[in-house]
Write a protein that binds this ligand. Structure first.
Ligand code: C2E
Ligand code: CA
Ligand code: CA
Ligand code: CA
Length: 281
């Protein structure tokens, strides 16, 4: 039995070792990708629910890995946050997304569309981020109203974190908008609305998905909307996958939605073509 235990112990440790090696490899490969600027961005439309025309796009990071294929953020953002690579990564995403968004000056309608950019709390806390945003605004000349920084509420959990709050204020002073991402899934939702300068809440897809089956959820979302309206905060419903959900959201008075129903995240050229076509999705 003792030998078996030892065997198990070894296997456990060799798995840990494998994990550590894989992590180190992934980290090195990510450094390489960052040095070569090989990360890319997909753009998912966010539509006005009423017209189903594009209101903006959310920028979503992708990593074309040399051997593992196209990686989604879940397989490298947490790592990048742990290693601190998120600052460089986030800076690159910011510049790519804003440079893309300046090309979306409205051809016909007279107004442009916004770009939502995910910002990690590690970026927000850091000293350089406000500067990076100021720089990219100046370099591109984009109307800052079209830049929306998406921050998750868990990121805002630490309200003692004066740095984060002040940086958000500084960012807002630059004219960009702040969205509270995954709203309703964290612990700090309502207090965040009080303590942080929030312009938009993105209602998490766990709410959207229950709308068609749960009257209780419909009431809850109606309540969230009232809160938003009271505070002058706009709402976007995430994860809209079905027409029934779309109809429910319209009934409830939600104005904007995002989800596979309208479009998957798209490469920049396809996103631009959709925007230029300006027809309902
Ligand atoms: P998120 O900010 O909540 O982004 C929405 C995620 O939901 C995206 O996954 C999107 O592809 C997916 N999605 C969109 N519509 C639907 C739908 O109808 N149904 C379902 N089931 N999913 C839908 P993605 O691209 O894998 O991104 C995952 C998360 O990674 C994002 O969640 C965001 O938190 C993070 N992320 C992405 N890009 C960046 C980045 O540049 N920086 C940072 N810090 N985080 C990022
Ligand atoms: Ca987001
Ligand atoms: Ca979200
Ligand atoms: Ca999420």
């Amino acid at each position: 039995a003792k030998a078996e235990g030892k065997h198990r112990w070894c296997r456990y440790h060799s798995e840990l070792l494998d994990q550590a090696v894989r992590r180190a490899e992934l980290r090195a490969a990510l450094d390489e990708a960052l040095a070569h600027g090989s990360l890319t961005v997909l753009y998912q439309p966010i539509v006005h629910l009423h017209s189903r025309r594009i209101a903006g796009f959310e920028a979503l990071a992708r990593w074309p890995h040399p051997t593992l294929g196209l990686l989604g953020p879940d397989s490298f953002i947490p790592l990048a946050e742990e290693t601190g690579q998120i600052r460089e990564l986030g800076g690159q995403m910011l510049r790519l997304a804003v440079r893309q968004a300046v090309t979306w000056d409205a051809p016909r309608t007279g107004h442009g569309c916004f770009v939502g950019i995910n910002v990690s709390v590690h970026q927000l806390r850091g000293e350089g981020f406000v500067e990076a945003v100021r720089d990219v605004l100046a370099q591109t000349g984009i109307d800052p109203r079209y830049v929306v920084l998406e921050v998750t509420e868990t990121a805002l959990l630490d309200h003692e974190d004066v740095g984060v709050r002040e940086h958000l204020r500084d960012l807002r002073a630059l004219g960009v908008a702040i969205a509270l991402d995954d709203f309703g899934t964290g612990y700090a939702s309502l207090i965040s609305l009080h303590d942080m300068p929030i312009d938009i809440i993105k209602i998490d897809k766990s709410f959207t998905s229950r709308l068609t089956t749960s009257d209780r959820m419909r009431r809850l979302v109606r309540g969230l909307l009232t809160i938003g309206d009271t505070l002058g905060i706009g709402t976007i419903a995430e994860g809209v996958e079905e027409w029934d959900q779309h109809e429910r959201l319209l009934e409830l008075g939600v104005r904007a939605g995002q989800g596979y129903l309208y479009s998957r995240p798209l490469p920049a050229d396809e996103a631009s073509a959709l925007w230029a076509a300006s027809r309902p999705l």
